[in-house]
Ligand binder design. Structure first.
Ligand code: GFB
Length: 371
């Protein structure tokens, strides 16, 4: 029964924008969108980029997350299952249409190209490699503008269903996620259905049990690579940047951007960490903080933090090898978490912790003078 055809149709997309944090935001929105349209969501693989590789790698959705808890919310199917068990019947190769808002120019297209308007859904990286993973080619394009994806504040879902009924359009395949970035406020709570696969749950538990000293630990996310330094320059000319609504509020109800929020100084990090530890010691004396776990894309500051905490008898740890997913799974389990308000990678951890009522804080927030 698991692989019976859904008469209400299917929806899928390429997570073609950004790295994991962006893709996760997009996933939550796409899940809500599929539910609003009452279509089964075909779970796309995650798209990953490795240094020195020209083509993205696609990693099956269930490598990192369980399928079952998503089914509590809505019907979903792995893309590999859909393609091997249902596509021949539901979505034959001669009927595969790609959906985009409006024409997307091809990379090679000259100014006066006579080609008919097209989504060019497989043009460039990761677009081509993504659909190639499951041997998907498109025979036609469909421009869905001016429809959009905000199903919470309008009759948008009805419009989609009227324009694209499932009997004529069994699969809606989008060139990018049918969702906003950052994640819409209403969709944040869907994070509770996104639960780590057994492999990552076990790995996180083992690390916490076997490597960290017994006792409470504080998880830190330090986003400080060169791409981040450059991205932070946009603070000057924006109201919000990436995930910043998670601390500033979606309408800036809790403040405006400032550069420490994006790139806190080393001194500010040490100060805030010490202050957090002292607070925890005062408010939860029974659950003493014994260690700090640091996740970072570049500089973990292990030496600085170790020196700063040595007199408090607190050790500082990081994974022996770079693993963005295990870092996330461990941060999700820490007793306290300090993340970067602007980073969607931190936002993933924050949402997961909110779902469990675990406390989280942000670097340099609130602004020092307001504290
Ligand atoms: O996840 P992501 O979209 O978050 O991209 P941001 C950052 C990527 O950097 C992650 C790596 O997917 C990881 O591969 N990374 C970041 C980390 N932090 C860590 C960490 O603590 N541990 C490990 N192992 N890896 C923004 C994007 O990234 O960066 C924007 O939202 C833009 O699209 C900007 O590209 C420059 O939101 O932090």
């Amino acid at each position: 029964a698991q692989f019976e055809r859904d008469p209400n149709g299917y929806l899928t997309y390429c997570p073609c924008m950004g790295r994991f944090g962006n893709q996760a935001d997009h996933f939550l929105g796409s899940l809500a969108f599929a539910k609003a349209l009452n279509r089964t969501l075909i779970l796309p693989p995650w798209v990953e980029y490795r240094k020195g590789e020209m083509r993205s790698r696609q990693v099956s959705f269930d490598t990192y997350f369980q399928v079952q808890p998503l089914l509590d919310y809505h019907r979903v199917i792995l893309m590999s299952d859909f393609m091997s068990k249902l596509a021949e019947d539901v979505w034959p190769a001669t009927e595969r249409v790609s959906f985009c808002y409006m024409e997307r120019k091809s990379l090679q297209q000259e100014k006066n190209d006579p080609d008919a308007p097209n989504c060019h859904a497989k043009d460039g990286n990761p677009f081509g490699p993504f659909w190639d993973t499951h041997n998907i080619d498109f025979v036609r394009s469909e421009f869905y503008g001016p429809l959009h994806f905000d199903v919470h504040h309008s009759t948008m879902a009805t419009k989609w269903m009227n324009n694209y009924p499932a009997d004529k359009w069994p699969v809606l395949a989008f060139t990018g996620a049918p969702a906003s970035f950052p994640v819409q406020h209403e969709n944040r709570e869907l994070q509770k259905h996104l639960q780590w696969s057994r492999k990552y749950n076990v790995a996180a538990q083992e690390y916490i049990r076997n490597v960290l000293p017994r006792g409470a630990f504080i998880g830190l996310h330090l986003r400080n690579g060169i791409d981040w330094v450059r991205a932070c320059e946009h603070i000057k000319d924006s109201q919000q940047l990436f995930a910043s609504p998670q601390c500033l509020g979606y309408k800036n109800e809790r403040g405006h951007l400032y550069s420490d929020l994006c790139m806190p100084s080393k001194e500010a990090i040490v100060r805030q960490l010490k202050r957090t530890i002292k607070n925890v010691r005062q408010t939860q004396p029974k659950n003493e903080v014994k260690s700090v776990f640091v996740a970072s894309d570049a500089n973990h500051m292990i030496a600085e933090l170790t020196a700063a905490l040595s007199r408090m008898d607190i050790s500082v740890h990081k994974l022996p090898e770079d693993d963005p997913y295990l870092d996330l799974a461990i941060l999700g389990q820490s007793n306290h978490f300090i993340g970067n308000c602007i980073s969607s990678y931190s936002a993933f951890v924050k949402r997961e912790r909110d779902a469990h009522d675990f406390p989280s804080y942000f670097w340099s927030f609130p602004k020092e003078k307001d504290r």
